[in-house]
Design a protein around this ligand. Structure first.
Ligand SMILES: [Zn+2]
Length: 148
């Protein structure tokens, strides 16, 4: 996580007891991978509600990426969407904010395609340009394993 980075926070101290919708964009996915480049921020539409000391947040996240097609090797833009983001965090009475940055970031990364294709109908380039021993995607697997 970069220093002074943006964070996805829920203001627990002022949260409407009936629950509250909030939306916006926050720049929290700071991957620095050659073949996986996020751009813009995570757009979110979330609902947050407190149940006693449990904060339940659910909703939609999406992030634009510049990916490299695993078949033809071309760059293409895509939007990774998470429609069922759901997180519950324990909060104390004195706590002002709940930080959902790590959860949202992880959710977006997990939703990345393992073998991105620019188009379902992509036939790739000539066979020899896409070697079978291509291991560029191992880096992405490593990212996924890192999850706590
Ligand atoms: Zn392609």
């Amino acid at each position: 996580m970069k220093e002074n980075g943006e964070r996805l926070l829920v203001d627990v101290s002022r949260l409407d007891p009936e629950g509250e919708d909030f939306e916006g964009e926050v720049d929290i996915v700071d991957l620095d991978e050659e073949f996986v480049k996020p751009f813009g921020g995570v757009r979110y539409r979330l609902n947050a509600k407190l149940f006693g000391t449990e904060l339940l947040v659910k909703g939609h996240l999406e992030q634009d990426f510049d990916l490299v097609c695993s078949r033809c090797g071309r760059d293409f833009d895509t939007t990774v969407k998470v429609d069922d983001f759901l997180v519950s965090v324990e909060v104390s009475e004195k706590q002002e904010y709940a930080d959902l940055t790590a959860d949202a970031r992880e959710c977006i990364i997990l939703a990345l395609p393992t073998y991105p294709v620019c188009d379902e109908s992509c036939k790739g380039l000539e066979q020899k340009t896409v070697a079978p021993s291509d291991n560029r995607w191992d880096a992405l697997d490593g990212l996924k394993v890192e999850k706590a």
